[in-house]
Design a protein around this ligand. Structure first.
Ligand code: HEC
Length: 113
């Protein structure tokens, strides 16, 4: 019985984590980053592709992207041409933990599907 309870807790927290990342992304990033269409900002599929090319390991991807979003700047950008085209992304006041939740969701999500 104990085992069953433990298992159901692990499953529900992992579902919660996935939903949290998705909720945060949809509420805070999607206004500018459409899944596949680049309108006022590059599409998330495009951003993700650039970051995946640079970082194949999830940990590196998440750390680099979270730090960049915390403090957008030209020096550490992976998408110079996007800055020229759309101008630099504004700084959003998020905690590092929140950003890691969001960028982890981005790593795991194929936005072209
Ligand atoms: C007000 C519009 C806006 C919002 C909201 C926004 N972005 Fe952006 N973002 C941009 C624009 C414009 C660019 C392209 C220029 C640049 O790279 O700075 C960009 C670029 C990026 C890049 C590429 C960085 C690079 O290497 O140049 C990442 C990663 C990113 N956004 C993540 C996010 C995440 C995650 C969120 C939500 C927490 C978010 N953005 C919310 C406008 C926005």
């Amino acid at each position: 019985m104990k085992k069953i309870i433990f298992l159901s807790i692990t499953i529900s927290t992992s579902i919660f984590a996935t939903n949290l990342g998705s909720l945060l992304f949809n509420g805070n990033c999607k206004t500018c980053h459409h899944s596949t269409k680049s309108i006022s900002a590059p599409s998330m599929a495009n951003v993700r592709e650039n970051y995946l090319n640079a970082f194949s390991k999830k940990e590196d991807f998440v750390n680099y992207m979270s730090k960049w979003v915390k403090k957008p700047n030209e020096e550490t950008s992976l998408m110079d041409s996007a800055i020229k085209k759309y101008s630099l992304m504004p700084e959003l006041a998020f905690e590092m933990e929140t950003l890691k939740e969001i960028t982890s969701y981005i790593y795991d999500t194929d936005f072209t599907k």
